[in-house]
Design a protein around this ligand. Sequence first.
Ligand code: ADP
Ligand code: MG
Length: 342
Amino acid sequence: MTLLSISQVRRRFGDVVALDGVSLDIEEGEFFALLGPSGCGKTTLLRILAGFETADEGTVLLSGNDLTRVPAHQRPINLMFQSYALFPHLSVAGNIAYGLQRERLAKPEIRQRVAEVLERVGLAHAAKRRPQQLSGGQRQRVALARAIVKRPRLLLLDEPHSALDRKVRAEMQLWLKELQHEVGITFVVVTHDQEEAMSMADRIAVLNHGAVEQVADPVTLYGSPTTHFVADFIGANNFFEGKATASGLNTSDFGQLPARAGAVAEGSKAFLAVRPEQVTLNGGALSGRVLDVSFYGGLSRVAVSVDQRDTPVLVHQHGAPRVAPGDTVGLGWAAEDAVLVR
Ligand code: ADP
Ligand code: MG
């Protein structure tokens, strides 16, 4: 069932178009990610959903009810800020209880709900500590506890892991996904990190310059991107430019290259996108010379220079490299492993 329905939302700041007609449906219970580069409008969209910012045009419906004019504090929506915004003078328990106290819930109920949520985020032992006595990961747990204790219909998280170092970040991504499954609240997470979005979300909307490029589950986004931007932003890719044909791409430099049709109509301008792990080095449509080989343990990355092409073709091989710089190689791929994008 659709929980949140965002329709044709626009927002500009002076000359800057932050959101250029965004439409999205988010399902009840879903872990949804908004992914895009810095400045593409992610935070603006979250702030509009939370009610801290108003759209110039468009509507936001929650379970069919128009939220557009509902003030932030009356929405069953919580926003977890990028900075966590914890109160330094309050204990962990005090931070979590704060929102419930403002709603004037009875003291025993507040105590019980705070204890419950502390248990859930694994911080029961730290209830009396102050935020500055906690690690980054623990602070994030407090911020989350404070957000879910109010039992919102929707929880919005703005770059929740940006303050954490790499290793803690990977742990927290796993943990956040588990937590979302346990509590069953719909999450909308903003991130500029494609791996983070891919590893956590049920579905991802890729934003670019204030507009939605594609909405899909992670496997579809990776395997069947519809635009050059998505194919380039998510993972690594090799691109060729030309015209879509029935069996691939017609290029001026290399003739016909094999690909499946994808989202482009025959005869239109298109790009062929093929992932480095799909390209083989033993014969095929193209030939080139190995420029560089780097070994990464489980993976070797090979850069192959091809005449009439500015950028080398990247090829990933499992395990140790089987070619050396200077080797002449053929480059090939199966038609079903390359996709045509706009
Ligand atoms: P993201 O979160 O994806 O990095 P933002 O939503 O913060 O992007 O910003 C989108 C664009 O709108 C940016 O160009 C940003 O500079 C601009 N912007 C956001 N908020 C304001 C504001 N309050 N005043 C002026 N410009 C803003
Ligand atoms: Mg932002």
